[in-house]
Design a protein around this ligand. Structure first.
Ligand SMILES: [Zn+2]
Length: 162
């Protein structure tokens, strides 16, 4: 909001000769804007109401149907829940990391044991860290003790809209 317009509106209002509709005409703004200019308490209440409304806003995750929340701009809600958003992000990153790509490619063929995964990795890699990261991204899953498999089939992710 323009400070000078607001100041002008308050001057006109303070003169007592103008109502907010006349001020709106005078300044070329909408009557509701003029009213907010001359009544800061009203403007503040409006801001609080609209921020409360944003907090209440809910959407539906396009991937899993879970509830999503206000996305921080406009009237929109997030397209995906946090878990699905992270999963997509991880999928998008797949193949960028050479090591990660190698492990996922191997797991796409068949589940692997921890020791097999360890043997795939370059010397100096810490296998538990990598496995934990892939589990957290939802890219792999633990089939049984010490056995890991690809959690998301590539065809599934290809179907997802961008
Ligand atoms: Zn979801």
């Amino acid at each position: 909001m323009s400070v000078s317009l607001q100041e002008r509106a308050r001057e006109l209002y303070a003169s007592g000769a103008f109502g907010h509709r006349q001020i709106a005409k005078e300044l070329g703004v909408s009557p509701s804007t003029a009213l907010r200019y001359v009544n800061p308490a009203l403007a503040e209440r409006g801001r609080k109401l609209s921020s409360a409304a944003k907090q209440r806003r809910r959407g539906t995750c396009e991937s899993c149907g879970a509830e999503t929340r206000y996305n921080g701009h406009g009237r929109g809600t997030s397209e995906r829940c946090l878990a699905c958003a992270y999963k997509r992000q991880a999928l998008a990153k797949r193949g960028q990391g050479e090591t990660v790509g190698m492990v996922l490619t191997a797991l796409a063929e068949r589940p692997h044991r921890f020791t097999e995964i360890r043997d795939l990795l370059p010397v100096g890699s810490y296998t538990p860290t990598l496995i934990n990261r892939l589990l957290r991204y939802g890219l792999i899953e633990r089939r049984e003790r010490g056995v890991y498999a690809l959690a998301i089939q590539p065809s599934e992710s290809d179907d997802e809209r961008n």
